[in-house]
Design a binder for this molecule. Structure first.
Ligand code: GLU
Length: 501
């Protein structure tokens, strides 16, 4: 059996909680999720935690959090349950044991009593005689089953090996990304499916799960391509249909080597903490090896979920390009309304930087939505990554006590005439009442002053800006003053007078 096309699509993402969710794993998760959504299928999250020394509950939680941040909702798995659970491999050990014992009973697997010393000696001998078959020498394959059972019952250490049919021939993996990949028969031996310590091997547990969970398409990193012929042997032994495989390419760093810590941030969390928008991040990762068409770079989540297909997945390695990620992030920010930008980018940053003291971003926003919307409208066009808003907003939180940048003061305030500029600005602005205090009115009040004072705009606005904001890098003046409010803006001009000449 190999045709799975007619079965409803069921795919899984099966991370091992031996570390955080890395960008490569996240991309695998995105492809599985998008494939399920595009085919009205089911997306399953399974925790492959059979390596007890390296799997931790903490890592599982980190992975679940990362999946949620990425917006990859799963239909079956931790927290949501489902009809094919449990979804943690450590809770399925009995299932694996029974499946292995059934294979032994059916004559498709057998107990092996070879000691490590014996295996090493056999291997050495095969090497020395240049045997084209270097695998397990099938020593225990023909032990009489009743005899083998007696030895097992007597407590003799043993493993369980799969019995690969001697006439099986080459194994062809029909891969949706790589095409047909042939593995020669003599590279396949009767490999271990159950260790002597009573734990299943990865190739066995995965296939037991994938077949019992009705997985139709296995989409995963191509580091697993070499495991696939063995897994196909397990499907065949179980008499289960083989899923369609799709092995996706590695992600490389800019130097052409496999993406790793050396290249910078590799975990999803680090990108979240750096302030990337999760939709933009998903869009970027989706494009690492998949394309909607030749050149579309902005593929929103809903389009991805409708259009993803395996035949647009490239088998060539993809290069992680931080500049492109930043660019896409900027595009997502620009596409937001001011209000969206305020709620999802600006306010959370101001809260986490401690500038806003409310308990959370929602509470902070609720306290002064119009103020944040206005700030968002001036900062959004100047922002490609959320945390950039913090430095640009800081001047709004000083009250009357401006933190002056010395260079800016020397260049703009400590200049002949500056005092006159500040006084003129103060008088013009003081004429506006609190109700009329808005960017347009402020700009209109200041506009005639440079000419009237016989100076140029650069000098005039430079002095006022430094008096109000402490430096020259703040957002446009009218909006900045509107955001500061009338009282603070006037008080700051007054306080800056002694610095001006
Ligand atoms: N737990 C395996 C991994 O994280 C899953 C591999 C697979 O998808 O079969 O590499």
């Amino acid at each position: 059996m190999s045709s799975t096309e007619a079965r409803p699509v069921r795919v899984r993402f099966a991370p091992s909680p031996t570390g955080k969710l890395h960008v490569g794993g996240a991309r695998t998760a995105i492809y599985n999720w998008a494939f399920a959504r595009a085919n009205h299928g089911t997306f399953i999250l399974r925790i492959d935690d059979t390596d007890p020394t390296r799997s931790t509950e903490e890592n599982t939680q980190i992975i679940l959090r990362a999946m949620k941040w990425l917006g990859l909702d799963w239909d079956e798995g931790p927290e949501v349950g489902g009809d094919f659970g449990p979804y943690w491999q450590t809770e399925r050990l009995d299932i694996y044991r029974k499946a292995a014992e059934r294979l032994v009973a059916d004559g498709r697997a057998y107990y092996c009593f070879c000691t490590p010393e014996k295996l090493a000696a056999d291997k050495k001998a095969a090497q020395e005689r240049h045997d084209p078959f270097q695998g397990y020498q099938r020593t225990c394959r023909d032990i009489d089953p009743a005899e083998a059972q007696r030895r097992v019952d007597a407590g003799e250490p043993h493993t369980i090996r799969i019995k690969v049919p001697l006439d099986r021939g080459d194994v062809v993996v029909r891969d949706a990304v790589h095409g047909d990949v042939t593995f020669e028969a003599n590279t396949l031996d009767d490999f271990i499916i159950f260790r002597s310590d009573g734990t299943p091997t990865y190739n066995f547990a995965t296939v037991v799960d994938d077949s019992m969970m009705g997985i139709t398409h296995v989409i995963r990193g191509d580091d697993h391509l070499s495991n696939t012929p063995r897994q196909i042997m397990v499907y065949e032994a179980l008499g289960a249909p083989t899923p369609t495989f799709a092995h996706i390419s590695m992600i490389l760093g800019p130097d052409g080597k496999k993406l790793s810590k050396r290249h910078g941030a590799t975990s999803v969390e680090e990108y979240r903490d750096a302030g990337y928008d999760s939709d933009a991040f998903v869009n970027y990762l989706a494009l690492l090896g998949w394309a909607l068409d030749g050149d579309t770079t902005i593929v929103p989540r809903d389009v991805l979920a409708k259009s993803f297909s395996l035949d647009h997945v490239s088998k060539n390695p993809a290069t992680f390009d931080l500049k492109k990620l930043d660019w896409i992030n900027g595009q997502y920010l620009q596409a937001m309304t001011d209000q969206e930008f305020a709620r999802t980018q600006l306010v959370p940053q101001l809260v986490s930087a401690g500038l806003e003291s409310a308990a959370d971003a929602e509470a902070a926003y609720a306290a002064k939505p119009a103020w944040f919307d206005l700030l968002a409208s001036v900062l959004k066009p100047r922002t490609t990554l959320a945390p950039q808003v913090v430095e640009k907003s800081r001047f709004l939180y000083w009250g009357e006590d401006v933190q002056f940048d010395e260079k800016s003061v020397n260049k703009n305030l400590a200049k002949d005439g500056a005092r006159g500029y500040l006084e003129a600005a103060r008088d013009a602005l003081a004429a506006l009442d609190a109700d009329g205090w808005n960017a347009a009115a402020i700009d209109a009040a200041l506009e005639p002053l440079p000419d009237a004072l016989g100076t140029n705009k650069r000098k005039f606005y430079g002095a006022v800006r430094v008096a109000e904001c402490g430096n020259q890098v703040s957002p446009p003046l009218g909006e900045s003053l509107e955001l500061l409010g009338r009282d603070v803006a006037l008080a700051r001009l007054e306080r800056a007078l002694p610095l001006a000449k």
